[in-house]
Design a binder for this molecule. Structure first.
Ligand code: C2E
Ligand code: MG
Ligand code: MG
Ligand code: MG
Length: 278
């Protein structure tokens, strides 16, 4: 009967939910021990100046080598890390690791660029966020003006006085700020005038449709033009083909990051890659 089928369907549905909830709990449990088991580390992806091919920066991208499951992408565990508060320890760990590594590259590999570190809204919201960043910089001896923090529009659109205040503190130390995934967040652009922002990173969803898609072209042209007139640097994310890079160069987008140049790499692979570029 229909009633019976309905009950069966409900049963399956609820078993699915139970399974998903159990999976999530297991993930959180495993993630809780991941740092002490040394399973968390950054990969590094170069950032390129389009006109010269120069490596102007490196972005640190978190990975989790989860026991028995291989490398796990942050998309699948950052939400759990944020809900559980674990993101605070994980984020600080990646920040410290990246600053130490970049300092070493400055001193021994002839690398002079910035290190970009992603910051979750949950981290940014903490009262002691700027203290944590400044402490890591002083403990690692890394120059603040070579650190760039990548935040999404959701962080700046909180629009709270404390956001303005924190950005002011970061700026006063020379720390750079980039808006990640630009164009996918809120539509208000007024925050671009309010905050000390250095760079817009055009979201890869627009870049993916280059050079063929007229709408993607129009949006990217607009972002590049706006960035230029506001004195911001503009970087395209997710650049995979020569044709995309050529389009970006033609419209005078100055910076680029993506598989076309390199995938995110372990630190020693980045060093080898850097040597072949020089
Ligand atoms: P994101 O910061 O926007 O980083 C760009 C993502 O695109 C990265 O994915 C990178 O591996 C990938 N990517 C780079 N070039 C290409 C390309 O040419 N084509 C394609 N299809 N993809 C490309 P990943 O490493 O999986 O990171 C995903 C997101 O997780 C990041 O997006 C960032 O929002 C977040 N994330 C990564 N590391 C951290 C971290 O340490 N802390 C926090 N809070 N979030 C992080
Ligand atoms: Mg990023
Ligand atoms: Mg992005
Ligand atoms: Mg993102």
């Amino acid at each position: 009967s229909a009633k019976g089928q309905g009950r069966n369907r409900y049963q399956f549905y609820s078993e699915d939910l139970t399974y998903a909830a159990a999976e999530r709990l297991r993930l959180e449990h495993d993630l809780r021990g991941a740092l002490s088991r040394d399973e968390i580390f950054p990969l590094y992806q170069p950032q390129i100046e389009l006109a010269t091919g120069r490596v102007i920066g490196v972005e640190a991208l978190m990975r989790w080598n989860r026991a028995g499951q291989g490398l796990i992408s942050p998309a699948s565990f950052i939400p759990v890390a944020e809900d559980s508060g674990l993101i605070l320890a994980l984020g600080e760990y990646i920040l410290r690791k990246a600053c130490l590594q970049a300092r070493q590259w400055h001193e021994h590999q002839g690398f002079q660029g910035t290190i970009a570190v992603n910051v979750s809204a949950v981290q940014f919201r903490q009262n002691d966020f700027t203290d944590v960043v400044l402490r890591v910089l002083s403990e690692t001896g890394f120059p603040p003006e070579c650190l760039e923090l990548e935040v999404t529009e959701s962080v700046v659109m909180q629009g709270l006085e404390s956001v303005v205040q924190k950005m002011g503190i970061l700026e006063s130390h020379g720390i750079k700020l980039a808006i990640d995934d630009f164009g996918t967040g809120y539509s208000s652009l007024s925050y671009l005038r309010q905050f000390a922002i250095d760079r817009l990173k055009i979201d890869q969803s627009f870049v993916r449709d280059l050079p063929g898609d007229a709408d993607a072209q129009a949006i990217i042209r607009a972002i590049v033009a706006m960035g230029r007139s506001l004195g911001l640097r503009v970087m395209a994310e997710g650049v995979e083909t020569e044709a995309q890079a050529r389009f970006l160069q033609d419209i005078e987008c100055t910076e680029s990051q993506g598989y076309l140049y390199a995938r995110p790499m372990k630190s020693n692979d980045f060093e080898a890659w850097l040597k072949t570029r020089n």
